[in-house]
Design a protein around this ligand. Structure first.
Ligand SMILES: [Zn+2]
Length: 275
């Protein structure tokens, strides 16, 4: 009898095909940088890539939608997309940096007032939120109109299990600091907030993570909207949802999953990296 070497284990030792991470996946650690300048460059590249991906996957809606990432050297400042530039056209050199007063301190464009009031308050009130993504996607608007959140009907949606908030206090377009403060306060420590009659916001400990959660929430909302009219979707038990969240909601997995999208969009649209 022969032994398959890939299944041979030594007592007390982990099988070689299992990585030493929480998910059991061979996920690399977050990158480290030699300087704030290097880290800023990486964040800006991933921000521009995220915006192009939002364009590619149809998240654009006129002037609406913004993604922000905190500056690594000045935590009270954040980088965000320029007002009036299509997701599909943004380049690294177009990105703007905004301070806590709403002043554009770097970059050649004005800031969308809505981007300032929402993102400045999230970055201010959530020290762990390095990035926030917001857009008016079709699925998030449909789910928001039903005033429903994601139910754990699959592994992906379990990433938001007990980690999402529904905001129903719509008061018009988000252009006041008070409304931005209210949204950020209601978000609390959660991963996502669905703004009824408006759109979706996701946050993360990195730009990669925030963008990945946004894509995941969007697709999960689509699944829920697709399944509901066809019958009665079966929802996971509490224990199943917690178990699924341990894998599909893992922050390291979220961050690394974005790298596949980054590779895709920078290969397809390399001009986005122009500085
Ligand atoms: Zn909006």
């Amino acid at each position: 009898m022969t032994t398959n070497p890939t299944t041979t284990t030594v007592p007390g030792r982990r099988a070689s095909y299992l990585a030493d991470t929480r998910t059991g996946l061979p996920l690399p650690d977050a990158p480290t940088f030699r300087s704030a300048e290097d880290e800023r460059r990486s964040r800006r590249q991933r921000l521009a890539a995220s915006l192009r991906l939002f364009g590619k996957y149809g998240f654009g809606e006129g002037i609406s939608g913004h993604i922000s990432v905190r500056d690594p050297q000045h935590p009270d400042r954040f980088w965000v997309n320029p007002f009036g530039v299509s997701f599909n056209r943004v380049k690294v050199r177009d990105l703007i940096c905004v301070d806590s007063t709403g002043t554009v301190v770097a970059g050649p464009y004005p800031v969308n007032p809505s981007a300032f009031v929402i993102h400045s308050k999230i970055h201010e009130l959530r020290a762990d939120a390095e990035a926030a993504a917001h857009a008016h996607t079709v699925h998030s608007r449909a789910l928001g109109s039903l005033r429903r959140l994601l139910e754990p009907v699959d592994q992906e949606s379990a990433a938001f299990y007990e980690d999402q908030v529904l905001y129903t206090d719509y008061e018009g377009p988000s252009i006041t600091v008070e409304q931005g403060h209210d949204i950020a306060t209601r978000l609390g420590g959660k991963r996502a907030i669905l703004l009824a009659h408006h759109g979706l916001i996701t946050v993360g400990g990195s730009i990669e993570e925030a963008a990945h959660w946004f894509f995941t929430f969007h697709s999960c909302a689509g699944v829920q909207l697709l399944a509901a009219p066809a019958g009665t979707p079966h929802v996971m038990s509490h224990d199943q949802a917690i178990a699924a969240k341990g894998g599909f909601g893992d922050v390291q997995l979220g961050r690394f999953s974005f790298e596949l999208l980054y590779d895709e969009i920078t290969h397809e649209q390399p001009d986005l990296l122009e500085e």
